[in-house]
Each structure stands twice: as C-alpha cells, then as structure tokens.
Ligand binder design. Structure first.
Ligand code: PMP
Length: 413
C-alpha cells in the first residue's frame, strides 16, 4: 500500500464536478473535502437505516444503535483509547471543549487556575473565559515569543492552584506543532487535568491519546475528510466518571423522577438528545477509509507540498512569511506590506483558488505576530504539486500587478 495522490484525489467527487475541475482547494485547515464513501454512508443511513438510537428496540432502531456503537469502537481504535467508553460523540471540537470547560470548572474553587496558550483557537479560549467569570477562576498563559508558546517554560506558570492545562496540538493559524512531550514532562508528577485540542492534528497523523499522555483530547471529523456535525471527545474513564454531565435530556439518563435524575453510564452520560446519526455513519465510513490509506505516505506527501510551497513563497520579494516549514501541520500564512490580504484572497478566488484570510479564529496569536489579518493556505493529501504551482504563480502575478499599478500611478512605464 503506497500513497498515490492521483488515486487518492479520485475518491473525492467534488473535484470531478465540471465547475470544480480547475479548483485549487487550499482551505483544508478550515474543512476538508469528503470522499465518496463518506457521502454514500450518510445517504445510505437515511435510505436504509434511519431510526433513533438507544430508545426504540425495533429492527431499524437496533440497526442504527449498532451502527453508532460500532463507529464508537472504530473511533476508539482511531484515537488509541483504552476503551470505547472513553469516546464521546460531540458536534465537533468546539462542543468537546465547551463540555470540558462546563463540566470540569463546575468542580473548581474560586482562585483555581486554568492554563492556556496564546496560540489557541477561540474554541479553546472563550469557553474558559466564560467559566473563569462564572466561577472566579484565574486564566494563565504559557510564556510565548510573538504568540508562539514556549512549552519548556510551562512550569513557570503552574502553581499549587493550577487545575487544568488546555493546549492545542498545533496552531490552525500558523501551522506549528506544539511540543506535547514538553507539556507531558512538565505535568508528569502533578495532579492537573491536561486537555489537548487535536482539531488540526488528527488530519495529519495517527493520534495515540495514550502515547500523548493527555487526559482529554478533542477533534472534529470534518477536518479529517469526515462529515460536519460530529466530533470526538476522549477522556480517561476514571475522570469522565467523576465529572458531572453538561447537558441534560433524553439518552443521558438512567432514571428520572420529578425532582431528580440518575444519569446513564459512560459515555451516554455526556450525549444528551439525539446525536447527528447520519454524520456518525459518515464518520464510520471516514475512519474505515483512513484505515485503508497509507497514512505515513499521506503525511510525507503533505510535507513535501508544504516545503515546496514554503520555498516558492520565500522567493517572492517583500512577502512576509509568518509560518515555518519545519514542524508544521501543513499551513503557510503570510502578509505583504503593500496589500491587504483580503484583496489577494479575492484575486485568488477569481482564479478558482480557495484560501482563507483573516485572524483564523486565533486573534490573540495573529495579533501577537504583529498583524490583524493574514492569508492562509493549508494543504491536504489530495493537493498536488500543480495546485501549489498555480497558487504561487497567481500570488506572484498579483504582486506584479501591484507593481504595475504603482508604476502607472507614478507615471513610470
Ligand atoms: N481548534 C482548532 C485548533 C481548530 O482549528 C478548530 C477549527 N478551525 C477548532 C478548534 C474548532 O473546530 P470546530 O469548528 O470543528 O468545532
């Protein structure tokens, strides 16, 4: 089994549509395209198996319930958890982080501390800010250099009152990987809950939550070729058991009377209401699909593209590259002193090249890097060298036109 980008890309029907034949899709850090098998699994669920899970016991309901629990078991293998009980279905990484913030912080005392980094996506900042206000907690930040966390200095901000450390596995704005080994070492002998936001990581390599050594891990299926509306939360069984549920409703209870309830066992305690069942079916197909791929080959291909992209961009005069090629999850971000990133994005869009511009839901990091908006291009395994060439040529062309405009305005020809 070796990786072929042509064969891989053929499995994504969006690229085969006549209106998308020329599309250069480099917005993969926002969301990835979906392979045929994922789209089919979603439609098949509605066509053949649609019923609510866990509650009803007729044939279709049993089939839907079995499907959900089989996908959970597959997700447990995908994440490397000790048991499927440690896998909670969420709507995505954002919901996973909100669940953790609401549930864990409700057990803290005023003055307890939560440690974050300046590189976090807003999904790993705002819920903690909300809970800090509600429970009078103190938020602390890992020391950083222009927004990039210095994990070897994590111990400087940890005190006897630190209860939670929540860190991204990799920046969605600049692409750099976090030094999770350094975090693990710093927390090794401490009774602190460690959460890893794996939203960007899971698309690019096999996740092993037990190897990472974290207590909790969140990710979103749509970032690794799966459907929107479903994500995974891993938590150590012992910790999940001790945590209160965050939402109440059907599915998450064992027994309800008018004034109190007993909650269901793990993981259902954290899955109130009807889940995105068709999306879970799509996730199951996605995990099977990924299991059939040469993941190491995919990662090598992405890294080659990233380095090529980076090297080519470096040759464009004045371009201010904010991301490094090394230790990077497949993202380049840059600015240019003489143009707004949004103008370049529109120029690229007119040439059917999809990238993202803005603060990428990581405003503190982008600000700390000295900017308010950057242009971000992010690769996935279906991107080709030609995609990179078209992108770089269009960027260079844009700047050449910028020079022409300046010359025209100054009367120089
Ligand atoms: N964390 C990171 C690092 C992300 O990149 C994202 C998505 N951009 C999220 C969290 C939130 O993911 P979702 O919107 O799928 O909940």
């Amino acid at each position: 089994m070796s990786f072929s980008v042509e064969q891989f890309k053929q499995q994504f029907p969006l690229f085969a549509q006549s209106e998308n034949r020329e599309l250069v899709y480099l917005d993969n850090a926002a969301t990835t395209q979906k392979p045929e098998c994922v789209i089919d699994a979603i439609a098949d669920f509605y066509r053949h198996s649609n019923a609510n899970t866990h509650r009803s016991s007729h044939r279709l309901a049993r089939r839907a319930t079995d499907m959900v629990e089989q996908v959970r078991a597959r997700a447990a293998v995908f994440l490397g958890t000790a048991s499927p009980k440690e896998v909670v279905f969420t709507r995505g990484a954002t919901e996973g982080l909100n669940l953790l913030a609401y549930s864990l912080c409700s057990q803290l005392q005023p003055g307890d501390q939560v440690v974050l980094t300046t590189a976090e996506h807003h999904a790993n900042l705002v819920p903690w800010q909300m809970m800090a206000e509600r429970y009078q907690l103190e938020l602390r930040y890992v020391p950083d250099t222009r927004g990039v966390p210095q994990f070897d200095r994590l111990t400087e901000v940890i005190t006897a009152r630190t209860r939670i450390v929540s860190t991204t596995a990799g920046s969605n704005a600049l692409g750099f990987r976090s030094d999770l080994k350094a975090v693990r070492a710093a927390l090794a002998d401490k009774n602190i809950h460690w959460i890893v936001d794996g939203a960007q990581l899971a698309a690019h390599e096999r996740v092993g939550v037990q190897d990472i050594g974290c207590d909790f891990f969140v990710c979103s299926a749509h970032k690794f070729y799966g459907p929107t509306g479903v994500g995974l939360l891993y938590g150590r069984e012992r910790l999940l058991r001790a945590m209160p549920p965050w939402q109440g409703g059907g599915e998450m209870i064992a027994d309800v009377d008018l004034y109190s309830s007993h909650f269901a066992d793990l993981p259902h305690k954290f899955e109130a209401g009807t889940s995105s069942l068709a999306a879970i079916a799509g996730l199951g197909a996605c995990l099977e699909f990924l299991g059939q791929q040469d993941r190491a080959g995919m990662a090598r291909h992405e890294q080659q593209l990233l380095h090529y992209l980076h090297d080519r961009l470096e040759q464009i005069p004045e371009l201010n590259l904010l991301s490094a090629a090394e230790n990077n999850l497949g993202i380049v971000a840059f600015t240019h002193p003489r143009c707004a990133a949004i103008d370049l994005m529109q120029w690229l869009d007119a040439r059917d090249i999809a990238v993202r511009v803005g603060h990428h839901c990581a405003q503190p990091l982008v600000r700390a890097s000295g900017h308010s908006a950057t242009l971000r291009a992010s690769v996935a395994a279906y991107n080709t060298r030609l995609d990179v060439e078209k992108f770089v040529a269009a960027v260079a062309d844009f700047f050449a036109h910028l020079d022409d405009d300046v010359e025209a305005q100054s009367g120089v020809h």
